[in-house]
Write a protein that binds this ligand. Sequence first.
Ligand code: IPM
Ligand code: MG
Length: 355
Amino acid sequence: MREYHIASIPGDGIGPEVISAGLEVLDAVMARSGEFKLAIEHYDWGSARYRKTGEFIPAGGLEQLKQSDAIYFGAVGAADIPDHISLWGLRLPICQGFDQYANIRPARILPGVTSPLRNVEAGQLDWLIVRENSEGEYAGHGGRAHRGMLEEVATETAIFTRRGVERIMRFAFEQARSRPRKHLTVVTKSNAQRYGLVLWDEVAALVARDFPDVTWDKELVDAMTTRMVRSPASIDTVVATNLHADILSDLAAALAGSLGIAPTGNVDPERRFPSMFEPIHGSAFDLIGKGIANPVASFWTASLMLEHLGEPHAAALLMRAIEQVCGEGVVTPDLGGKATTKEVVRAVCEAIGNA
Ligand code: IPM
Ligand code: MG
């Protein structure tokens, strides 16, 4: 039997609720498939540990984490800790330490879910956003000088390297090629940002030559927001810089119905390191402990993880179960339903068992 080691890092906020929901559903998938086993290792990394020890990740932690085949991550962030401390304390050291340079963010309208866009049918909004996940505006380059003085200066440098841009473009063209539409939109801002983003455009055009079977176009990021709203069907696969894709993927999640269903994978395509899968929604303080957090994002995330591990049948089984249950209207309040997290888990487990 195939066996995979999964590091589970539920983290903060509603992370523990949705990750434990996801692990239950993964158990059901394992039982139904009978072909593979997931060995789960539990990590208590998060804000509680930081308050106690001053660290999100204990010494030697990344070395240990590296032994796993994939990471199943909940959320990080707490009301009493500045967001940039928690982000750079936990999530970014994993993304950057494991060179998870490709962030994938699928968005589509699931059955039973209503898009805020009028007259858009499910099939007309089916996107895959590829986010550059290692450099750009999140490279961590910059600094502050003359702190607290009138002369204080702060810089935040966006880093674009030929190697970094080329590898994300190749990945994005490959993703586009694997989807039926075979179309990629390269998002840019090279009209205003004349160095990094002009390099971005040039490398995109070079890489495109190696993918003659993929059609592609270019869109300025501001115009892209309009296009997403006004002609969603013209879009299939999208590649954008770290910050641009951060913003566009929230818009994509909202247009697809809810941030509560949006999944993501921080992927090392070369598989030198484990990749990390997480729901996009984050800690969601207002929902903690209420039992109504939408677990669908963490299920969809689990399906992406199974796909990455090389279990496409199990991934598809889970996705079909999610779609069935959403279609039957067993959904949490963020999607207009009345179900609790537990009720959604039960319904999805049943759908998996009956598949
Ligand atoms: C995301 C989130 C993070 C990001 C936050 C929590 C720092 O918004 O995954 O999209 O900006 O990368
Ligand atoms: Mg974001």
